[in-house]
Write a protein that binds this ligand. Sequence first.
Ligand SMILES: [Zn+2]
Length: 333
Amino acid sequence: MLINWRPTRRSWLAVFATAALAAPALLTPASAQDAAPAAKMPVVATFSILSDLVKQVGGDRVAVSVLVGPNGDAHVFQPAPADAKKVADAKVVFVNGLGFEGWMDRLLKSSGTKAKIVVASEGVTPREMAHEEEGDAHDADATHEADAAHEHEGHEHGGLDPHAWQSVANAKLYVANIRDGLIAADPAGQAAYASNAAAYTAKLDALENEVKAAIAAIPPERRRIITSHDAFGYFGAAYGMEFIAPQGVSTEAEASAQDVASIIRQIKAEKIPAVFMENISDPRLIQRIAAETGAKIGGEVYSDALSDDKGPASTYIDMIENNIHQFSSALSS
Ligand SMILES: [Zn+2]
């Protein structure tokens, strides 16, 4: 039957049409739709944790530069000329916001950048600072009014806790903001950014379940933790842990002798089992508190920065897993 088959004009057209439709699918691998363009889009993230989230969403299409690298302290960062160059060359600059990068406005201005600025924490419910640690003379009520006035003036001290990334639920908001910012700057990458963000958000969902399970396994009366600066407020509020810190939400000011003495009294009175060192902070304060109270040092946790590639917290997910592992092993009885 095939031997006798003679192509009519119409059947030849059909063959050509089918070949034309089939050719691109045959010659091009399915993943090519997501392939990176020849030149990656240069973007900047202000600190290492945010940089990892941007890499997860940006994938092959972006080249991410970071200003405050692994183990660096963004609270006391001083930009160098090389940082202004990175910002000047960027198409998008990702910042945390919530007053975290007090040095950023000046850097943006001095760099002359035309980059789109994306505030990764947009949409987060901000946590008020636990206590005033700016060293100003005004009392608590006056501070509150002053903060409200500051907001109207666009002043950088809004009295907010910037460490929103320590809640995994907030990290999912960061990812959505990063995705939208990348799509706005590079519409051709829309499908890739959306699919990367969705895949990574699924990993964050699993991570958050891990966190909740780990906390649930710690006896409630032992869910109290001392760290040197107050970076875990969002984590504590989201997952039911109490964090106490001699320094406030910034590392700019030293803890006062009174703050340290009052924490030492509290650890003894409440029999708080462990104190934790942070990768970005001088360990001596925590070591002294441990020595004076008999609380054990529960290992190193990552608050404001990732570790380097060889460390246990070189990505956001590894950082959260490391921290819950440290909390669990020190606090589970
Ligand atoms: Zn901090």
